[in-house]
Design a protein around this ligand. Structure first.
Ligand code: GLN
Length: 455
């Protein structure tokens, strides 16, 4: 049953919000010890919300867009009275004292928040192995990483623990775990969704977005969380379109889809086979396919990581042990420590010209070139992640870990919308296809994903 059908059946009293919550919570109880997708849940609190929704439905009152859906939230988004640790010992006892804007919106639309999901420490990773809560298993490929940093959110969806989850995506952290776990994930255009209440990794790159098992879940959540927020000056002061109608699209007759040669060149052949099959499907659905080239691909990772280090270093200065928790340098893991040290080094005046300013120049170049590329097509389609997930615990050097991100960081550098959905299985492990569009053309990504899904 699609997520939209589930909401409708709750509103039509074929299923109660309470029953839906019970079903999902049973899965959490049964599987979370092994999977470690949720790090904290609050059943009584969720039950109260579900009961209130059921009461209102019975009384014939209006309910919100998410009525009775069970929602998981990444542990770096503030939810009042939950521990908002970003999976770091730095904030292990930090209790959220307010709701992020997206959380208020979810509550206004009657989503039932069940708990917080696992992630890499401060969202700095691609494997969910650097969490203070321990790693999350991949329900779709047990023993392998679920991807990251929103690995808990993706694993929660893949194992049926919740209907929709929120993640954050700075360089791929929604799309990468969606790809590895075989679910759908979406990073909106920068500025479409409020970041107020999100713990920053790198504020000029971060966006909050949804993960779900189908595109209707993604579109529903976008309809709830997008929009201008006076508390986040980076949000756009524009009407956002309604996304749900695009989630029932079945044809791509009016669409042009670009396939970038260099994106395929860096990807494993077996993964490319699956992506090519999906591209054939896009063509059969009516899309015109164009071949494109993008040589700036080699600039993506260095540009991304330099900006990430500098902005992350600056964001972590508030974790000095006075106002929040512990002094970060004293308790954080090696990846966070690496970013703080390098970020501190390249933020110094004498080095910033050499590294940071160069990264900003490269960012403009990539943005211009990528926008030019998108000028010829509606959608760019290709692999989300260039290689299969490693086994949990396998030691990777930092560069090999960063290599997972080569195809996802471009959307953050440029601010464009990008989604990932399952293309197929390679060696029994899911692989995702990534669909990217021009800024503010998020609906085209939804439209394309929907046609692929409904095919
Ligand atoms: N893996 C990337 C990084 O480590 C992306 C993380 C993210 O999107 N939060 O920075």
């Amino acid at each position: 049953m699609k997520i939209i059908d589930k909401v409708n059946s709750i509103k039509n009293q074929e299923l109660t919000a309470t029953e839906n919550l019970e079903q999902m919570y049973n899965v959490i109880q049964e599987k979370n010890d092994d999977i470690n997708a949720f790090v904290e849940t609050d059943l009584p609190r969720a039950q109260k919300v579900a009961e209130d929704i059921d009461k209102r439905i019975k009384n014939g009152e209006e309910t919100g867009k998410l009525a009775g859906l069970v929602i998981g939230i990444k542990s770096n988004i503030n939810v009042e009275d939950y521990i908002i640790s970003a999976a770091s010992p730095t904030l292990k006892d930090y209790i959220g004292s307010y709701n992020a804007t997206v959380i208020n919106k979810i509550q206004e639309e009657d989503g039932v928040i069940i708990g917080l999901t696992n992630m890499d420490e401060f969202a700095a990773g691609s494997s969910t192995e650097t969490s203070m809560y321990g790693p999350t298993d991949n329900p779709s490929a047990p023993g392998h990483i679920p991807g990251g940093s929103s690995g808990g959110s993706a694993a929660a969806i893949a194992s049926g623990m919740c209907d929709i989850a929120l993640g954050s995506d700075t360089g791929g952290s929604i799309r990468n775990p969606a790809s590895h776990c075989g679910v759908t994930g979406f990073k909106p255009t920068y500025g479409l969704v409020s970041r107020q209440g999100l713990l920053d990794l790198a504020m000029s790159l971060d966006q909050i977005g949804p993960l779900a098992k189908d595109v209707t879940g993604i579109a529903l959540m976008l309809d709830v969380i997008t929009g201008y927020d006076p508390y986040d000056p980076t949000t756009m002061k524009k009407e956002t379109p309604e996304f749900l109608p695009y989630a029932s699209n079945t044809s791509l007759d009016d669409m042009t889809v670009g396939v970038v040669k260099e994106f395929m060149d860096v990807t494993d052949d077996k993964i490319n086979n699956k992506i090519n099959q999906s591209i054939d499907t896009l063509s059969n659905l009516g899309a015109e396919i164009k071949e494109l080239t993008f040589e700036d691909i080699t600039l993506g990772l260095p540009t991304y990581y330099l900006i990430n280090y500098v902005e992350f270093f600056s964001a972590t200065r508030k974790y000095d042990g006075r106002k929040y928790g512990e002094r970060i340098e004293e308790v954080c893991g090696p990846e966070v420590s690496r970013r703080i040290q390098i970020g501190s080094y390249i933020s110094q005046k004498e080095f910033s010209g050499k590294y940071y300013k160069k990264a900003l120049q490269a960012r403009s170049l990539i943005r211009n070139d990528f926008n030019d590329l998108l000028g010829n097509v509606d959608i760019i389609a290709g692999p989300t992640v260039p290689k299969l997930p490693h086994k949990i615990g396998e030691q990777l050097d930092p560069m090999d870990m960063y290599a997972y991100d080569v195809l996802t960081v471009l959307a953050n550098i440029t601010g464009i919308p990008a989604g990932s959905m399952k293309a197929g299985l390679v060696d029994d492990i899911p692989v995702g296809i990534q669909l990217q569009a021009k800024p503010e053309e998020d609906y085209k990504v939804i439209k394309t994903m929907s046609a692929l899904e409904n095919n």
